[in-house]
Design a protein around this ligand. Structure first.
Ligand code: PRX
Length: 651
């Protein structure tokens, strides 16, 4: 287990501002406690009421949940459609002409899309998919930049019951290929490219490379975003705008089973192979919609902005499904936070009057480093609530966010959750919870969380242990795509009878949870989840590499940075040149965001007598430059001494 923050800092609490409490959906700690107790004692009634209140059902469910451990079903017998809930439902209300998406491209182009207009775009595109023969049960890969059509593609799939899998645009052709193959997708929806820091990211070219070995793919639909050069393969590739011409604007949403697979999202696990996390429809949407109120305290007049990429789960739940189901006006931005300069986020907040702003600790730390002058250039007075997600937020970054961005007025919701949980699980309720910087505070209603040891016994206050969830929740993953055995062993067999999150946590005597980081071979770099094994497998595929061991090194901005220890095959290698080449290699095999920050060449790696690489020791070396832990099983002590003295090739 990691040994974060042995010395507990005495941190002051920030009570919710009075005027915030007065207007909040959940007012004060007693209201939170009541909700929590109700959900704990009567989960079926509780979730049934939430589902009924927040969503439209074509047919009501027979059972709120069925639990055949570790497989859960929610709202069985119910019929629902996610696209209908995000669009059609609002058209009969005052939201018909409300702006659903305020979009800003990186070059500065803008679009304001009302619910009425978004519905029209989705219906047209769903009809395009229909006309190409795609239907309920089929599977589509979506590989697009952050343009409104990415949401349109997702909602068009959801409308017809086509299960989508969005692949983050930063993934390489190799990574894309693996996902297309695992999903056995028939359809790929992509674009010519997108803009990032003024450069075109050429997505279609990457798709072409990936599809060379994907025989299941019959159609590729290409949205024109940049106008860059692409090659179109006759009979396989089609322009979105050509197919869309003359498409009907009427396309009824298909009433789907509540457990119909809405999407698969691949995430890194502890092996080299990514896991396809399966989310279904009714339970997922219920919890996404509920958390929009509990956590973001969403009101009709808010302008809400989540800066994540839709390619990650945060974008699925809190740019697309949650906000649209809740009828929000949501900002979507295509590009980088520092382009053309460091005030881009604050410029957007000012320009559109953003009131709720949700981002990652990495972004906060990176912007904090540039100094207060950038936020000070802008009027941020429309902000009323700030959020953080994806990694632990250190108290110093929290304080800066609170003081400089929120001007001391705005509560911060530090939201803990995972791709697997589908929706926010542990977070303050901004009108109720006194905030403790660095702590995600309390579990939300319906979430029974605990900190336990390997046997499942609670460790008690202020002790570090494993964060577990003790009862199924509506938005939970249902399985790993085509791998139920891995689902069982990864999540349910580690600690008897409970869901194992893979995170270490501590709970103080007042019940505040502080999530400390991963306890497995998963790293968190800039809030992106990476598997050490996946990077190692990529490295050993390079002809020069004999062995590779990857560990996370603490980093001031990105939280963790990738550090790779390499032993080379026999030969005369130029280390400087080779480390650049290996970085490039990882970018090609996985994506640029997985590129090692540091590469260290070693004569040997520390191993146990049975030959297993001792990553724990390597982690200690990169963290402290010394090894204090148990080395009794180490085969060759001298290896450690040599590694600890060495410096790596830094990027
Ligand atoms: O380690 C935890 C960290 O991010 C992991 C989940 O990563 P991913 O599935 O990519 O989803 C990220 C967005 C929900 C968790 O296992 N994590 C997420 N939020 C927090 C966090 N760690 C500490 N505090 C958080 N608020």
């Amino acid at each position: 287990m990691s040994k974060h923050g042995a010395v507990e800092q005495q941190l002051s609490l920030y009570p919710p501002p009075e005027d915030f409490v007065r207007r909040a959906h959940v007012q004060g700690m007693n209201a939170y406690r009541e909700l929590y107790a109700r959900a704990e004692k009567q989960p079926e009634e509780f979730w049934g009421e939430v589902a009924e209140r927040e969503l439209f059902w074509f047919e009501k469910w027979r059972h709120v949940f069925e639990w055949d451990p570790p497989f859960a079903k929610w709202f069985t017998g119910g019929k629902i459609n996610a696209s209908y809930n995000c669009l059609d439902r609002h058209l009969a209300t005052r939201r018909r002409n409300k702006i659903a998406i305020i979009w800003e491209g990186e070059p500065g182009d803008q679009r304001m899309i009302s619910y009425f207009e978004l519905h029209r775009l989705v219906c047209r595109f769903a009809n395009v998919l229909k006309s190409r023969g795609w239907k309920t049960g089929d599977r589509a890969i979506i590989y697009m930049p952050m343009v409104p059509e990415l949401a349109v593609a997702m909602l068009a799939c959801a409308r017809l019951g086509i299960t989508h899998s969005v692949v983050f645009g930063g993934f390489s052709a190799e990574a894309l290929k693996a996902r297309v193959q695992d999903l056995e997708a028939g359809l790929v929806i992509t674009a010519d490219g997108g803009w990032r820091r003024g450069r075109e990211i050429r997505l279609k070219a990457t798709v072409d490379e990936a599809l060379a070995e994907c025989p299941t793919v019959r159609d590729v639909i290409v949205y024109r975003r940049t106008g860059g050069q692409v090659s179109m393969q006759e009979g396989r590739d089609f322009w979105w705008h050509e197919l869309d011409e003359g498409a009907s604007e009427v396309c009824p949403a298909v009433p789907l089973d509540a457990e119909h697979p809405l999407y698969v999202l691949y995430t890194s696990g502890t092996t080299g192979k990514p896991k396809g996390i399966l989310h279904t429809t009714g339970g997922y949407l219920t919890q996404c919609a509920a958390t929009m109120k509990w956590v973001f305290d969403l009101r009709e007049e808010d302008t809400y902005w989540c800066t994540a990429d839709i390619g990650w789960v945060t974008g699925h739940s809190y740019i697309v499904y949650g906000p649209l189901a809740a009828g929000a006006t949501s900002v979507v931005y295509e590009g980088a936070p520092d382009f053309p300069q460091y005030d881009r986020f604050w410029r957007i907040v000012e320009k559109y009057g953003v009131s709720i702003f949700y981002t990652s600790p990495t972004a906060i730390r990176a912007l904090l480093r540039q100094g207060d002058k950038w936020p000070e250039m802008h009027d941020l007075s429309t902000l009323r609530l700030l959020g953080s997600v994806g990694e632990p937020i250190n108290p110093a970054a929290w304080e800066w966010y609170h003081r400089v961005i929120g001007k001391g007025r705005c509560p911060i919701v530090d939201t803990w959750w995972q791709t697997e949980t589908g929706a926010i699980m542990i977070s303050p309720m901004p009108g109720a919870t006194p905030l403790k910087p660095g702590s995600a505070s309390f579990p939300l209603p319906g979430v029974i969380a605990d900190v336990v040891d390997m046997n499942g016994d609670p460790v008690g206050p202020d002790k570090e242990g494993f964060l577990v969830i003790k009862r199924p929740w509506p938005a939970m993953l249902r399985t790993i795509w085509r791998d139920p055995e891995r689902y069982k062993s990864q999540y349910w067999n580690r600690v008897p009878g409970v869901y194992f999150t893979g995170d270490a946590a501590r709970r103080d005597s007042n019940g505040y949870f502080t999530v400390l980081g991963r306890v497995d071979d998963v790293m968190n770099v800039s809030g992106h989840r990476l598997s050490t094994m996946e990077i190692e497998s990529a490295l050993v595929r390079h002809p020069s590499v004999a062995e590779a061991a990857v560990v996370g090194r603490p980093d001031e901005v990105t939280g963790q940075a990738v550090c790779a220890f390499i032993t080379l095959k026999k030969g005369n290698w130029d280390h400087k040149k080779l480390s650049d080449e290996l970085r490039q290699w990882v970018a090609h095999e996985i994506g640029a965001f997985a590129r090692p920050a540091e590469i260290r060449f070693a004569e040997a790696l520390p191993k146990t007598r049975s030959g297993k690489i001792m990553r724990r020791l390597l982690r200690e070396i990169v963290t402290t430059r010394a090894v204090t832990g148990d080395v009794t099983t180490l085969e060759d002590m001298a290896v450690i001494g040599r590694l600890a003295e060495q410096r790596g090739e830094e990027e």
